[in-house]
Write a protein that binds this ligand. Structure first.
Ligand code: ZN
Length: 192
């Protein structure tokens, strides 16, 4: 089932995710729905917070993005990241490496907002898969960027927090337009 993606201003986006203790039927269904939602929105990643759930869970799919290559290593051996897509990652932990690299980013919770964000070029990820299996790999390129973006989401951190102040200032009208759209669509309190 395709879920509604909440937009900037919705309090779920600022909630730190709770660790997932056990994969039950509910978690399986959430993960499946998030994969369908990401695909329908043609997104590269989607965090549980974006469908209103404060959980340590995100999904990633870097396939089909032109001119944005990804690289992946498992136990130090280069592998083909597309073969592992889409990914469901529970209770992720990351370590970043390498110098900062600027690259374009958008976010399904910020329609119409896009800009270059500096992030470390390489990331090491550890997480658990839906079947309880340990997942560990290193990534560069689009996959490294997507993992850092989604990891931030499950901590309640948004890409606007990572923007250079000058860029955030420049995009202020677009960001405020999203916030106002959320206000019109949402009953209850909003959070910046
Ligand atoms: Zn996002």
């Amino acid at each position: 089932m395709v879920l509604e993606i909440v937009t900037y201003g919705h309090p779920a986006l600022r909630a730190k995710g709770k660790p997932i203790e056990a994969v039950d039927e509910h978690i399986r269904q959430v993960a499946q729905d998030m994969l369908e939602t990401m695909a329908a929105a043609q997104g590269v990643g989607l965090a549980a917070q974006q469908v209103g759930l404060p959980l340590q869970l995100f999904v990633i799919d870097i396939r089909g993005v032109e001119n944005r290559p990804s690289a992946m290593w498992v136990n130090g051996r280069r592998t083909n990241p597309e073969a592992d897509m889409p990914m469901v990652l529970l209770n992720p932990e990351i370590e970043t490496m390498g110098k900062g690299e600027a690259g374009p980013e958008g976010c399904l919770s910020f329609p119409g907002v896009q800009g270059d964000i500096v992030r470390p070029a390489r990331v090491r990820l550890r997480a658990t898969g839906l079947d309880g299996e340990a997942i560990a790999f290193e990534a560069e390129g689009l996959l490294a960027r997507a993992i850092q973006h989604e990891y931030d989401h499950v901590q309640g951190i948004l890409f606007i927090d990572r923007m250079a102040p000058s860029l955030r200032q420049k995009l202020r009208p677009e960001i405020e337009a999203v916030f106002e759209g959320t206000r019109r669509a949402t009953q209850g309190p909003l959070v910046r």
